[in-house]
Design a protein around this ligand. Structure first.
Ligand code: BG6
Length: 490
């Protein structure tokens, strides 16, 4: 017998920049992801740009800052996987029918900001973009699927990045609020579940990925976060005023931290990893104020922020209704010399000898999911949704066209079992949307071969293929899981 409550929201998750495609259709403007090339597990994705003398360049995307006088550019010799994604823009009816066949109760997708506001600065939205999403939401509703909409999933309009300096600039708060207000007004009655910022904590969590970042970078990162917190809190208030039925959540990249050893120094490092990487953002968005440890984090890097009294009031009054997070892996923290580093989503922790690792170096740890759920349940006392979880893996298409993915089924089975136990122990878990329920472009590497889907999409790393959709074995398995409300995991 499972412990999933009646009405549990089973489904899948995607993001516009990785799935939607149609990057220059329907009046859409470009986003940073449109000038980002593909990479691999060993080679970084590159951002392409032109310097002030007109010479083209490609630079690793992590930590990239556009030099003075330069501009972003799409260059001929490069392939940009996000331009096409896996083409939801032209396949949405077909894809939604497949999600319905699996029995989805909820489907997570994001709106591309630059499809509604091509540069981000316009007074009025692009009507063609508005209608595109309206049709999608209507189609989902017609199939009895609740949309779960992320307002920002890594895709600020390129104009804002290039001409305004992106989120470090406070003026972007109002532009985002205008965009979010449009979403709430236009889709009132069609969309009830919203998330403001996807994995908002990435800005700080991955800052040291390419070596210790300078204090100025820390100042910028904390200011970006502050501006996003204020934008999110304003959006929450406006969303509630427009429709009191709206449920608006935060979204945290949920990496579960462990100490590698019982050395007290490792315990402190472990505690600080939770504070800096996970609680800093969750606390502001759920509790409406900065945690006490924030001051210590800022002092460590000599950070002085532009925070007004008015901002603090907005944060207080704009707390989220529920807590959501992505979960892929855990991370072992140590102050000791590490023999072998674990790869993985940029968090360069120690390799945990008790865990197996994916082909992309991510620690596979279903129990870490239960641990994480219990920690945030205790801390926030809010409903929780897991809005991303999944295994990026290679798939093989058999001669008869079928795709057997028992490894993916095993992965999900183990994680769902831990969710069940967490609910039994009192965690208020209300929904689960698996990541990349249909194959899409990897955010980290830009690859297609790193597949997460229950549905295979015939496209390769160079964008070649028919785009044909084919259910994998896991498709039929997940359908059974949903039908039995988590009771039948075999
Ligand atoms: C999360 C993001 O970090 O992880 C998604 O919200 C992303 O956008 C997912 O796709 C998996 O990461 P990757 O690098 O395997 O695509």
């Amino acid at each position: 017998m499972s412990h999933f409550p009646n009405g549990f929201l089973w489904g899948g998750a995607t993001a516009a920049n990785q799935y939607e495609g149609g990057w220059n259709e329907g009046g859409r403007g470009p986003a940073l992801t449109d000038v980002t090339t593909g990479g691999t597990v060993d080679t970084p994705r590159m951002i392409t740009w032109i310097d002030k003398y007109g010479s083209p360049h490609a630079s690793p995307s992590h930590g990239f800052t556009l030099p003075e006088g330069a501009s972003y550019a799409v260059l001929e010799d490069y392939y940009y996987p996000n331009h096409k994604g896996t083409d939801f823009y032209h396949h949405w009816k077909e894809d939604i029918a497949l999600f319905a066949e699996m029995g989805f109760k909820i489907f997570r997708m994001s709106i591309s900001w630059s499809r509604l506001y091509p540069k981000g600065i316009e007074e009025e939205p692009n009507q063609e973009g508005i209608e595109f999403y309206r049709n999608v939401f209507k189609e989902l509703k017609a199939h009895g699927i609740e949309p779960l909409v992320t307002i920002w999933h890594f895709d600020t309009p390129l104009y804002i990045e290039e001409q305004m300096g992106g989120w470090a600039n406070r003026e972007v708060i109002d532009l985002f609020v205008r965009y979010a207000t449009t979403c709430f007004e236009e889709y009132k009655g069609l969309v009830k579940y919203w998330l403001t910022f996807n994995e908002i904590n990435n800005t700080i969590m991955f800052l040291d990925m390419a070596g210790a970042a300078a204090d100025e970078r820390y100042t910028e990162a904390y200011q970006i976060l502050h501006n996003e917190f204020v934008a999110s809190a304003k959006a929450v208030q406006i969303g509630h005023a427009i429709d009191p039925d709206n449920r608006i959540g935060c979204m945290i990249c949920g990496i579960c931290n462990y100490p590698l050893t019982p050395d007290p120094d490792d315990m402190l490092a472990f505690q600080r990893a939770w504070e800096k990487n996970i609680f800093y953002c969750g606390d502001v968005q759920c509790k409406g104020e900065y945690p006490i440890f924030a001051r210590r984090l800022w002092n460590e890097h000599n950070v002085h922020l532009d925070i007004t009294e008015e901002d603090l009031k907005i944060l207080k009054e704009g707390t989220v209704d529920y807590y959501t997070f992505s979960y892929y892996m855990s991370n072992a923290v140590t102050t000791h010399e590490m023999d072998e580093k674990a790869g993985g989503n940029g968090v360069m922790g120690a390799r945990n000898p008790y865990l197996e690792y994916s082909d992309w170096g991510w620690a596979l740890d279903p129990k870490g999911l239960r641990y994480y759920l219990e920690v945030v349940n205790d801390r926030y006392h809010k409903p929780i949704m897991i809005v991303e979880n999944g295994l990026g893996a290679y798939d093989t298409v058999e001669e008869d066209g079928s795709i057997h993915d028992p490894f993916r089924i095993d992965y999900y089975r183990a994680h769902i079992r831990e969710m069940d136990k967490a609910i039994e122990e009192g965690v208020d878990l209300i929904g689960y949307t698996t990541w990349g329920c249909i194959d899409l472009v990897s955010a980290g590497t830009g690859e297609m071969r790193k597949r997460y889907g229950f549905i295979y999409v015939d496209m390769d790393d160079e964008g070649k293929g028919t785009m044909k959709r084919t259910p994998k074995d896991s498709f039929y398995w997940y359908k059974k899981v949903i039908e039995s409300n988590g009771g039948d995991l075999e």
